[in-house]
Design a protein around this ligand. Structure first.
Ligand code: NAD
Ligand code: ZN
Ligand code: ZN
Length: 346
């Protein structure tokens, strides 16, 4: 079968011919409907050799959905043809965090090894081997080609917002820095979980800000000092209860620290790899800084429920496997409006 693979550090991915995997005991083979192209893949491909414990080659694609193709011996609960989304961070399944569905924080493996991101094959191929049916969530009527990004862009944003939802009452403000794939999801999740909060989207691109508005942002601001002034004005000088930095570079972290409020949450999701200076007065007093990674299995079930209820939707652009390299180039250049999704069986 054809697969779009990470073949060498600091080189774009390539199409290769690889064998169709055979599901072993407890495993399941999924016919891929859609595999989202996440900005984390670009960060990974740009790393110097030896920066991770794993090595290429492996198939990219950690935001996957499709249809059950074949169950390995002992794998139950699903039938061939079922539409499913795949939970991505695969842990040990046995430690306390995994047993609570938080395989993103597996205590045995440390960082889990998601298919497509951590050394094992992902979903940018005709078929994806999933280690256990506990990673499959039924999609019902949702189309896997549209739903795939919910497993990361959706889940990561949902988890990042949900942990702060107690701060987002009436007269509260939430700032979303970076209105790309994750940011557009975060805006909708904020509106779905706390209709009362004022959502401010910040981006460098006017196009992204227009989309952010159409997804429910109350205010859309070009990134920079003007945005800081406006957010301070809107919040009577106090700053925002929640600031999500979905970029993570020096200017966005600095902006986040300036617009967060005392007792607020400053949440860094973007893997821009810059550091946030911390001292007695910045970020503001008792503003909690967190760097969440992905989300839990129960949270993915919530995300699918929100999508079924029509409360969140991803703006998806489809590409064939042959076009995957082009999709990543467009993502790199800031030209993907929402999420690029590779559809191997289109
Ligand atoms: P994306 O490319 O779709 O979106 C990034 C957005 O940031 C774009 O709209 C871009 O215009 C905007 N941007 C760039 N520079 C900016 C600036 N200075 N100020 C404001 N906006 C700016 O990327 P994505 O797939 O949504 O991913 C976003 C980030 O989240 C990436 O760093 C990715 O690696 C990371 N990520 C983290 C997790 C996690 O678990 N923590 C999960 C998925 C993705
Ligand atoms: Zn990702
Ligand atoms: Zn575990």
């Amino acid at each position: 079968m054809l697969a779009f693979q990470f073949v060498e550090w600091q080189r774009p991915g390539e199409i290769r011919d690889v064998p169709v995997p055979e599901p072993g005991a407890g495993e399941v083979l999924v016919k891929v409907g859609g595999a989202g192209a996440c900005h984390s893949d670009l960060h990974l491909l740009e790393l110097p050799a030896g920066s991770r414990s794993f090595a290429p080659p492996f198939t990219l694609g950690h935001e996957n959905a499709g249809w059950v193709e074949k169950l390995g011996s002992g794998a139950t609960g699903f039938a061939p043809g079922d539409a499913v989304i795949v939970y991505g961070p695969w842990g040990c399944g046995l430690c306390m965090n995994c047993r609570q569905g938080m395989e993103n924080y597996c205590q045995t493996t440390g960082l889990p090894s998601p298919g497509g991101l951590g050394g094992t094959n992902g979903g940018m191929a005709e078929y994806l081997l999933v280690p256990s049916t506990r990673y499959l969530i039924p999609l019902g009527e949702l189309d896997p080609r549209e739903a795939a990004p919910l497993s990361d862009a959706g889940l990561t944003s949902y988890h990042a917002v949900k942990r702060s939802v107690h701060l987002l009452g009436p007269a509260s403000t939430a700032v979303v820095i970076g209105a790309g794939g994750l940011g557009q999801m975060a805006i909708q999740v904020l509106k779905a979980l706390s209709g009362a909060t004022t959502v401010v989207a910040v981006d460098t691109s006017e196009d992204k800000l227009k989309i952010a508005k159409s997804m429910g942002a109350d205010e859309a601001l070009i990134s920079g000092d003007g945005a800081v002034t406006r957010i301070k004005d809107m919040t009577k000088g106090q700053g925002a209860e929640l600031v999500l930095d979905l970029v993570g570079i020096i200017p966005t972290l600095a902006m986040a620290a300036q617009v967060a409020r005392v007792l607020g949450h400053l949440t860094v999701v973007g893997v821009g790899s810059a550091a946030l200076p911390v001292n007695f007065s910045s970020p503001p007093h008792e503003c909690a800084v967190a760097s969440p990674f992905w989300g839990s299995i129960p949270e993915l079930i919530d995300v699918i429920e929100l999508a079924k209820a029509g409360k969140i939707r991803m703006l998806v652009e489809h590409f064939t496997l042959d076009e995957a390299a082009n999709a990543y180039q467009l993502l790199h250049d800031g030209k993907i409006q929402g999420r690029a999704v590779i559809t191997p069986h289109a």
